[in-house]
Design a protein around this ligand. Structure first.
Ligand code: ZN
Ligand code: ZN
Length: 219
């Protein structure tokens, strides 16, 4: 079976997990959330010896997107995601980057907005898109059941969940997104989060207090 392979590259002062993900049958790759530190991302691409064909964005926060326009320009590849409800963030990357003392942020307009139920692909790998609002209104997760892999941005972390005190954040909505879109996944699904270590759905189901809170929300 074709396998997904990946390298996680922590970028920006926020140590955001930019992920280089590729299909081992074709060596075609996607750069997920290129928030900045482009030389580090380019080094990973060279090291992996892959051909990048796309950029995917999980959501519009500056630490995830500030380098996206430049990666697109350098590699001449399209940007897919997030959901269009994060447009207000993507069009204020410059101010936002400046306010955090980050260099070289650029506003970005995706080539393709993503909706819940959409599919995206890289090489021979297909990922299902889940709209998971709450951390930001337009957050999406990328799921591949066959590969046992979920890339969730800042929706879910090892032992925690995304903050909801930023513009457009909503904690109840975040917990509902987790309950409806992530908790149904199998225990052995690996989770790559926007910050911090990789985990699994099973480990979070068993130990993450926010997930227990999410499961308990009345329908
Ligand atoms: Zn975020
Ligand atoms: Zn983040």
């Amino acid at each position: 079976m074709t396998k997904a392979k990946g390298l996680i590259i922590p970028v920006t002062p926020f140590q955001q997990n930019c992920t280089l993900l590729w299909c081992d049958a074709t060596n075609r790759a996607v750069v997920i959330d290129p928030g900045g530190d482009l030389p580090d991302i380019e080094r990973a691409i060279a090291q992996a010896k892959v051909a990048v064909e796309k950029i995917w964005l999980t959501h519009g926060h500056v630490d995830h997107v500030a380098g996206a326009a430049e990666v697109k320009a350098r590699l001449n590849v399209p940007i897919e995601g997030p959901h269009r409800d994060d447009l207000f963030l993507l069009h204020h990357v410059v101010e936002s980057a400046r306010s955090f003392g980050m260099q070289d942020g650029a506003n970005v307009t995706p080539d393709r907005w993503l909706e819940d139920g959409d599919q995206v692909d890289v090489g021979e790998l297909k990922f299902d898109v889940r709209h998971c609002p709450g951390h930001s209104p337009g957050s999406v997760a990328f799921l591949n059941a066959a590969q046992r892999l979920a890339i969730v941005g800042d929706v879910l972390f090892a032992g925690s969940v995304g903050r909801t005190d930023l513009p457009g954040g909503d904690q109840r909505q975040l917990l509902r997104s987790i309950r409806d879109k992530l908790l149904p996944l199998a225990d052995d699904v690996a989770v790559i989060s926007g910050h911090g270590p990789t985990t699994t759905i099973g480990r979070e189901r068993a130990t993450n207090p926010f997930l227990q809170q999410a499961a308990a929300i009345p329908r």
